[in-house]
Design a protein around this ligand. Sequence first.
Ligand code: ADP
Ligand code: MG
Length: 717
Amino acid sequence: MQTSVSRSTAIVNIVNRAPAGSSVNYAEASPETVFGANTFNLSVMKETLKPDTYQSLLKTIQEGAKLSPNVADEVAEAMRKWAISKGATHFAHVFYPLTGLTAEKHDSFYDPSVDGKSAISKFKGKTLIQGEPDASSFPSGGIRATHRARGYTAWDPTSPAYIIENPNGTTLCIPTSFISWTGEALDTKTPLLKSMQAVDKQARRILKLFGHEKIGRVTATAGPEQEYFLIDKGFYYARPDLLAASRTLFGAPPPKGQEFEDHYFGEIPDRVMAFMYEVDRELFKLGIPTKTRHNEVAPGQFEIAPLFESANLAADHQQIIMTTLKRVAQRHGLVALLHEKPFAGVNGSGKHVNWSLGNSTQGNLLDPGDTPHENAQFLVFCCAVIRAVHKFSPLLRAVVASAANDHRLGANEAPPAILSVYLGEQLTDVMEQIKAGGATTSKQKGTLVIGVDTLPELPRDAGDRNRTSPFAFTGNRFEFRAVGSSQTIARALIAMNTILADSLEYMAGRLEGGKDLNKAIQGLLKEILDEHGAIIFNGNGYSEEWHAEAARRGLPNLKTTADALPALTAPEIVEVFEKQGVLTKAELESRKEILAEQYEKHVNVEAKLVAEIAQTKIYPVAAAYAASLAEGIAGIKAAGAQTSTGTLEKVAALTAQLEGSIEELKQVHGAAHGLADWTFKVCPAMLKVRRIVDELEGLVPDDLWPLPTYQEMLFIK
Ligand code: ADP
Ligand code: MG
């Protein structure tokens, strides 16, 4: 029997690995000179465009004004020159199809000249504004009939174009929307932009009520925190499951897991630091303001978070962060795993989406102000969020649903599948008082007064952090923690903006035209809290009691993607999306279909991998070991000595069970039809095979085991 060569070679290679040389030197090029160097940002535009053109483009970017064709031509020309000065030979319209990933099609700037002797570089406004990728192989969920299998990409001037570098050249990347010729959105950017428009419109109505004279465009903001794992490339390539399914489908828990809690915020290993420096530098070049980096809870797990930006920009940048993590990891002999649950038994990875809204005139609208007046305004926005989350919680669950995220949600390390809002003790106390007929005192200050016009001072920074809540108020923003580490944040943001716009519209409608605003607010907030206060929960979201309590409160617990997806086309959800002008019924239906399809595809690949690995890698090793034990025992007995057959019996029994479970898996897999089958039949059948394999891992001699172990992957760097 051969020993597992790939495993031991991987370890030898890591031990002998020469550290990656330095690739970043901020003493030579300071972060200031690096930041945004590869983006066609406002300052480059100002430098390279005629003043009129610049002003008109600025109006488009900041206020959403229509772009004139002349402006586009001049911008295209400036962009071309700038890109070529950066070594670009190609440009690409980058778009965000419904796979949740990023797509790009590259075209050269160059055309041959008429005499065929040289190449001329050209880039017209028309080409900047609109592209036509071959869209037929992107998922459209039935929207695009094949005879119209075309879509086009449209430049989004609010997200700066940027240069992507490769050792052999550079490409100008232009963020775009992706739309079918019949006008339906085939991407995540288009509805995100529409949802931002909706929230702007309704938020301004509320601000107007408060008597503000100048009201700037209100922007939804987002700051995503990305968790990920890093493992050595050698282990990655020795694990077909990681390679093809991005998660381990087998693996016994290591003797040491995360129980010492010694990894969170712990010292970052040199090799990982070198990687992080390079990631930050690459992101700086693209004007992505990464801010924090640290170890996460699980061994081998890390986090990167940029400063918040406009939701649209944050979503585009988030996609770049994910690809940059993967790309730079490779350069360091590592692989960045963005899957929500690459390893069973240790924490999974999420992407907390910090979210708020604000403008240049009133600032952050979810920041409790200093004056009672500002507080009243804050409470209106805060209660709008509470109403939205309570009313549409199944939608929020649906937009984070995926095969991968199902492993994480509700697994006592991530928020449960039950949506609730954490407000903190002090704010909850204020809400309780409003419900009781008027906020009179603030818990902390113990002074305050009657009515909305003299509301208590509110917490500036909610000190206590409840990590178990899926939707937490954290002082001046909400943090949606159920988003998965590999997901686009756009889906969550579209939903949050849309349902918030709905609440604000409802509230503005109720408050406008009244005589006594304060009294009206007081009444409305009480009404909203009476009706929707059940969503507020400050306790431990992982506890059994909460599950029971949530059921009593009538809060849905949608455990799987199969349970969650129907929400996407529930009548009240279609209504809110159509009313806010964000997505149509057909678009929602297509999105649901695509998510279901993706779920099936993922589980399909996993099921095939489980059967194949179990059959061709594990079974032979287990069966051979059983045979060699039997031979040994027979030999010992023949020699007249005593021996026990305990291990043999265990291994032989498990080997037989393994064969049976593989067969069973193949059967349910072959017969699977529809989301419920994949979820409730195929997934459990895979798990059954895994349990047997993981048990065998503890019995078979280590040097025969064909797969790198959890211990090796998580601890050897
Ligand atoms: P923690 O881990 O303590 O939750 P981090 O510092 O890792 O916090 O991340 C907090 C994120 O919240 C950052 O991306 C930050 O920029 C973002 N954030 C702060 N203010 C806002 C806001 N008004 N809107 C959206 N995101 C915000
Ligand atoms: Mg954090």
